[in-house]
Ligand binder design. Structure first.
Ligand code: PLP
Ligand code: COI
Length: 340
C-alpha cells in the first residue's frame, strides 16, 4: 500500500479528511447494515436531536504501524464498551460491539495509506460517534440515529510532544455528582470550551478540574485523566465516579504493576497533597502521557520535582512501555492488540 505524501513528523493533533468513513443509520428500532462512504459531509434536519439538545456521544482510539510493518489497534473492545455505556446514559440505541470492531477494521483498512509509518511519531486517530438525527422539538430522545467513524493521521496533542506543560486549577466544574462525567458525551466537552479558552488566554496549557461537590479533590482535565508518581515511586490515579474511565489509564496502571513492578493506587487525591508528588502526567488516547511540570492553584505554584525540561523517570518508563506495546516492540497482554 503506497502511503500518501504527508509530512508525518510535523503533524499536529488536527483533522485531515481521509478517503473513506463508515456510516450506519438507526431507524424503526434497528441499525441498517452499515456501509463505507467517500462522503465526508452529514446532511440532516435543521431540527435534528443533536442540533437542538446535544444528544451525541463519541470515542477516540488509535491505529499504529508496528516495528514489523503490521497495522494494529489498541484495545478497541474497551472503546466499544464505553460507547455502549455512553449510549445507555444518553437514551441512545447501543451500536453492537462486534459491529463497532468491524467498523474499526474497515475504516483503518480503507485508509491504510493515511496510517503513519512506524517511527514517524504520528498515529492514526479513529473517531467513532453517534447522534440523534431526526427532528426533535419537545425535550425527548430522538427516534433515529447515525453512527459514524472516520480516521485522521495525528501528531502530539500538546505542542512540543514530550515537553512538560503547565496547568491551572479550574474555577469551573466539568461534571456534577450523578451527572455525565463518566461517559463520553459531546456535551461534557461543549461545557469545557469556555474554561479552556480562558486557561489558554492566561497562558496555561490545560485545566485541572476538581470535584464539583467539595472542590477539594482532583478529577481530570478536559480530555485526559491524571497519573501521579509519589517520591517513593508509587503510581497514583484519582478515583472518582465523575471522571471518564480512561482506557490509557487502565492500561498504564496494569503496565506499572505487571511490567515495571511498581505499586499502584487508585484513590481520592486531594489538592493539598499535590506538592508531595514527584511526577504528574496526563493520560489518554490523544495525550498518551503528557508530563505536567507545573500546577498553579490560584496563584500558588506547585512545581513538580521532575521539572519543565523533560518527563520524569517513571513517566518516561510508563510511556516507553505503553508505546512499546502499541508499536509491537514489547509483548502485549492477551487481547490488547487487534491486528487489521
Ligand atoms: N478523560 C477525558 C475527559 C477524555 O476525553 C479522554 C479521552 O478519551 C480521557 C480521559 C482518556 O481516555 P482514553 O485513555 O480512553 O482515551
Ligand atoms: C481522546 O483522547 O481520544 C479524546 O477524545 C480526548 C480529546 C481531548 C481529543
Amino acid at each position: 500500500m503506497e502511503k500518501k505524501d504527508i509530512d508525518w513528523g510535523n503533524l499536529s493533533f488536527a483533522y485531515m479528511q481521509t478517503d473513506q468513513r463508515y456510516v450506519s443509520n438507526y431507524k424503526d428500532g434497528a441499525w441498517d447494515e452499515g456501509t463505507m462512504t467517500g462522503d465526508a459531509n452529514v446532511v440532516m434536519s435543521e431540527c435534528a436531536g443533536v442540533l437542538q439538545y446535544s444528544q451525541s456521544c463519541f470515542e477516540g482510539l488509535k491505529a499504529y504501524t508496528t516495528e514489523d510493518g503490521r497495522i494494529v489497534t489498541f484495545r478497541p473492545d474497551l472503546n466499544a464498551e464505553r460507547m455502549e455505556n455512553s449510549a445507555v446514559r444518553l437514551q441512545m440505541p447501543v451500536f453492537p460491539k462486534e459491529r463497532f470492531l468491524d467498523a474499526v477494521d474497515q475504516v483503518v483498512a480503507a485508509n491504510a495509506a493515511y496510517v503513519p509509518p512506524y517511527g514517524s511519531g504520528a498515529t492514526f486517530y479513529l473517531r467513532p460517534y453517534m447522534f440523534g438525527s431526526n427532528p426533535v422539538i419537545g425535550v425527548k430522545p430522538a427516534d433515529e440515529y447515525q453512527f459514524r467513524m472516520f480516521g485522521t493521521p495525528v501528531g502530539p496533542y500538546f505542542k512540543g510532544g514530550a515537553k512538560p506543560i503547565t496547568i491551572k486549577v479550574c474555577d469551573y466544574d466539568r461534571a456534577a455528582p450523578h451527572g455525565t462525567g463518566h461517559i463520553k458525551a459531546g456535551l461534557n466537552y461543549a461545557m469545557s470550551l469556555y474554561a479552556i479558552t480562558l486557561a489558554h488566554e492566561e497562558g496555561y496549557d490545560e485545566n485541572m478540574y476538581l470535584d464539583a461537590a467539595t472542590r477539594t479533590k482532583v478529577e481530570e482535565t478536559g480530555g485526559a485523566n491524571f497519573l501521579f508518581v509519589t517520591k517513593d515511586n508509587r503510581v497514583v490515579t484519582p478515583k472518582s465516579d465523575t471522571i471518564l474511565p480512561s482506557i490509557t489509564r487502565r492500561s498504564l496502571m496494569y503496565v506499572a504493576k505487571e511490567y515495571l513492578g511498581l505499586e499502584t493506587e487508585e484513590r481520592e487525591v486531594h489538592v493539598d497533597e499535590l506538592n508531595e508528588f514527584a511526577e504528574c502526567g496526563l493520560c489518554g488516547t490523544a495525550a498518551v502521557i503528557s508530563p505536567v511540570g507545573k500546577i498553579v492553584d490560584h496563584g500558588k505554584e506547585i512545581c513538580l520535582p521532575s521539572g519543565m525540561k523533560d518527563m520524569g523517570p517513571v513517566t518516561r518508563k510508563l510511556y516507553d512501555t505503553l508505546t512499546g506495546i502499541q508499536m509491537g516492540r514489547l509483548e502485549a497482554p492477551k487481547g490488547w492488540i487487534r491486528e487489521i
